[in-house]
Design a protein around this ligand. Structure first.
Ligand SMILES: *Cc1c(COP(=O)(O)O)cnc(C)c1O
Length: 226
C-alpha cells in the first residue's frame, strides 16, 4: 500500500521541478498538507514522515482534531471563516489564509488582542470573479490594507486565492499571475511587503509555483481522496 511518505516524495519532486523551471529556491515554497476530512491517525503518519505544517478548512473539525494530533504541528486555517468562529480560529491556528472582508479582519484583530497574541493573516481575493467563491474583489484589497495599518494584533503577510477548477491547470495560470500582480501593485501603493502568496492545490500547484506561490495547499495528492 502507498504510504504518506511515498506520496510526499512524489509531491516533493513536483515542487522541485516547478521551482527549477521558475528559477526559484525550494525553500521559497512551503507545503501546507490539507488534512480536512482525514482522521488524526493520518496526521500522525504525515507528521512522522516529516510534515510539520497542516491546513484545515473548518474550525469545528480542527477543534476536534488538533488535541488528538502531535503537539509540534503548526496549523493554518485555509477555509471560509465565519465571524462567530473567529475567536476560536485565533486560538487554534498560527495563521489564517482566508480573510475575506474588512469586518472579519477587524474581528480577528479584536480576538487576538483579547488573547494577547498576534496572528498572521492573508487576504483572500476572488480574482476570477466567480460568484460561488469567497474572497474580496481585487479592487477592495488596497483599502483593506490601509485600514489594517491601525490593527495591532494582525500581521497581514500576503494574499491568497482559489481559482475555478479547470481540468487543464494552464487555464488558471492567468489567475495566479493576477494575484501576484495585484500583490505587486498593493505593495507599491501601501508599503506592506506582502511576501506570501497562498495559491495552488493538488492539480495546479506547479503552475502556482511558477507564478510565485510561497504556500501551496495540497490535500488529495498527499492524503488520497476524501
Ligand atoms: C481542500 C482545500 C485545498 C486542497 O485541495 P486538494 O485539491 O485536495 O489538494 C486547498 N485549499 C483549500 C482552501 C481547500 O479547502
Amino acid at each position: 500500500m502507498e504510504t504518506f511518505s511515498d506520496r510526499l516524495a512524489v509531491v516533493e519532486e513536483r515542487i522541485e521541478g516547478a521551482c527549477g523551471r521558475a528559477g526559484r529556491a525550494r525553500e521559497a515554497v512551503r507545503l501546507v498538507a490539507v488534512s480536512k476530512k482525514h482522521p488524526p491517525e493520518q496526521v500522525q503518519e504525515a507528521f512522522e514522515a516529516g510534515q510539520l505544517l497542516f491546513g484545515e478548512n473548518r474550525v469545528q473539525e480542527a477543534q476536534q482534531k488538533i488535541p488528538l494530533c502531535p503537539p509540534g504541528i503548526r496549523w493554518h486555517m485555509i477555509g471560509h471563516l465565519q465571524g462567530n468562529k473567529a475567536r476560536l480560529a485565533v486560538q487554534l491556528f498560527e495563521m489564517i489564509h482566508s480573510i475575506d472582508s474588512l469586518k472579519l479582519l477587524r474581528d480577528v484583530d479584536r480576538h487576538a488582542a483579547d488573547q494577547m497574541k498576534n496572528i498572521g493573516v492573508l487576504l483572500e481575493v476572488n480574482v476570477s470573479g466567480e460568484s460561488v467563491k469567497h474572497g474580496m474583489s481585487p479592487g477592495e484589497v488596497e483599502g483593506v490594507l490601509n485600514e489594517a495599518t491601525g490593527l495591532m494584533h494582525v500581521d497581514v503577510l500576503g494574499l491568497m486565492t482559489m481559482p475555478p477548477y479547470c481540468e487543464d491547470p494552464e487555464k488558471v495560470r492567468v489567475y495566479f499571475r493576477q494575484l501576484r500582480e495585484l500583490r505587486d501593485a498593493c505593495r507599491a501603493a501601501t508599503g506592506f511587503p506582502l511576501e506570501e502568496l497562498s495559491m495552488g492545490m493538488s492539480h495546479d500547484f506547479e503552475v502556482a509555483i511558477e507564478e510565485g506561490a510561497t504556500y501551496i495547499r495540497v490535500g488529495t495528492d498527499l492524503f488520497g481522496g476524501r
